[in-house]
Design a protein around this ligand. Structure first.
Ligand code: TYD
Length: 197
């Protein structure tokens, strides 16, 4: 692909959205997010995040995340990369591995396989993991609590541990300590971008 896909991952309150916006600006890339990066995805996001969604099964949740992702890749990400423009995405399939595979307990391998079906050949060139202790991240969250933020601390611990484990086994991941100030995190993210060449 002529364009590059740069993904930000992390738990709640890790500052991903701020850093993703900064990098997109710097690279003149298309900034987008999962779930919800397309019009269809926005409807799926609403269903997934709303606290008025009750009784959604874990497998159905994973499939809705995958449906959002497939639509996003087909409608926006692949065409943009093919046109030669970079894409910065706030969360990608590692979030499904961490949240649905590990924290919900559906299985890492099962959710990875589902994610591969959703994205086809469109894999990230770089994944930046903004790592922050769970209590600190949850304490930073502002605004209304969504269906994931209301999960217990143990859920979020499993998410964090899974991201860290993935970062250790995947060569295209960089871990940034997100407890530092926004400017310090930004400097570490810029250093990570040098890996893109
Ligand atoms: P996000 O928009 O990053 O929320 P926030 O702005 O609060 O960080 O993500 C929405 C929520 O969706 C977040 O709690 C993580 C969850 N999520 C999954 O469980 N699986 C996924 O595959 C994705 C992309 C997100």
């Amino acid at each position: 692909m002529p364009g590059r896909l740069i993904v930000f991952e992390g738990g709640e309150g890790s500052g991903k959205s701020t850093q993703a916006a900064r990098v997109a600006d710097r690279l003149d890339a298309v900034l987008t997010r999962q779930p919800g990066g397309t019009e269809i995805g926005a409807s799926i996001r609403e269903m997934l995040l709303s606290t008025s969604t009750t009784g959604l099964s874990d497998r159905a949740e994973a499939l809705l995340m995958a449906a959002d992702r497939a639509q996003h890749v087909d409608e926006l990400i692949r065409p943009t990369l093919q046109s030669g423009r970079d894409v910065v995405c706030d969360r990608y399939f590692a979030s499904s591995i961490a949240y649905q595979g590990a924290a919900r307990g559906l299985g890492i391998d099962e959710v990875r396989a589902l994610s591969m079906f959703a994205v086809g050949e469109v894999l990230p060139n770089l994944v930046v993991l903004l790592d922050v202790p769970v209590e600190l991240g949850l304490g930073r969250s502002t605004g209304a609590t969504d269906r994931f933020e209301m999960q217990d601390v143990g859920f979020h611990q499993r998410v964090r541990e899974t991201f860290v484990a993935l970062s250790a086994s995947e060569p295209n991941w960089v871990v940034v300590d997100a407890t530092a100030s926004v400017d310090e995190v930004a400097a570490a993210v810029d250093a990570a971008l040098e890996r893109l060449g």
